[in-house]
Ligand binder design. Structure first.
Ligand SMILES: [Zn+2]
Length: 277
């Protein structure tokens, strides 16, 4: 018999397979046919689980025109009236004329979230746990305050209007967390107390060497929530290949990732969720 605790364990190997499946759809920028196919795949993996699936669909005004986008939200209900939210993006950066499949950037966050869904589904938790798959994290062309993070900005506004944000105990965003050579920086815009909790948890689990003391400011899907006062953190490894050489180009492929790195991040997130209860 498998104990409840063991059943709730996060599998890095499984997360890697989910990532591989997402990457197999090829380039999947917001609004593309491949992006819609990936959405259907994500839904097919969530539907058998004990969660409520909802959508945040909208049309984004991008420098290349209006683009339909849709965030996918899986809610695993608890009883406390509070929520813990784990987020990541599933789109890849639109790169006309190039083959960019975003194994780490877009793929790894999708894989971790899908494996978390499986693990959270068999875990005891008092708080509602939300797993949010953001569309449109990537910019169409050059990144700016209004080009990129389309999905997270839309959901932060929606949840703010609905009065939901005060119920959020913590929001942790993951991005580019599959690199074989995992080194997660301390993102300086993030909530310091949430960062300390994650770093201490990682150290206690023997994963301290993957969570650096180095600080770096990053604009990512956590920011729209931080700006609205949410206790939010971004977990990102922005050191992907020599001098970040694999980022946003043809070299961001599956062979650069490892199940172990996904295991480290997923296991730490599961333990942090337990501690936040
Ligand atoms: Zn990117």
């Amino acid at each position: 018999m498998v104990s409840a605790a063991a059943a709730a364990d996060f599998s890095g190997a499984s997360a890697l397979e989910f990532t591989r499946a997402a990457v197999a759809f090829g380039q999947r920028p917001a609004g593309s046919a491949a992006n819609l196919k990936l959405q259907a795949y994500i839904e097919s993996k969530l539907k058998p689980l004990r969660c409520q699936i909802s959508y945040d669909a909208f049309t984004a005004q991008t420098p290349t025109g209006a683009v339909p986008m849709r965030n996918i939200i899986a809610k695993f209900p608890g009883t406390s009236g509070f929520s813990i939210v784990i987020t990541g993006h599933f789109d890849t950066k639109p790169m006309p004329g190039r083959v960019f499949v975003g194994a780490n950037d877009g793929g790894s966050s999708t894989g971790v979230l899908l494996e978390m869904a499986r693990a959270v589904s068999s875990m005891n938790h008092g708080d509602d746990i939300y797993l949010v798959f953001f569309d449109g994290e990537e910019a169409f062309g050059e990144w700016s305050d209004t080009n990129g993070t389309f999905g997270s900005r839309h959901l932060a506004d929606k949840w703010s209007r609905e009065g939901f944000l005060p119920h959020v105990k913590a929001l942790i965003n993951v991005d580019m967390i599959g690199d074989k050579d995992l080194d997660i920086v301390q993102e300086t815009n993030s909530s310091a107390r949430l960062l300390r909790l994650v770093w201490k948890t990682a150290a206690d689990m023997g994963y301290g060497k993957f969570f650096l003391q180095e600080e770096m400011a990053t604009e990512d899907d956590h920011l729209p929530f931080l700006r609205k006062g949410v206790n939010a953190l971004d977990l990102i490894d922005f050191d992907y290949g020599p001098n970040n050489a694999y980022w946003h180009n043809e070299q961001d492929t599956m062979d650069k990732l490892s199940a172990h790195s996904l295991q480290v991040v997923g296991s730490v997130l599961m333990e942090v969720i337990r501690k936040l209860q």
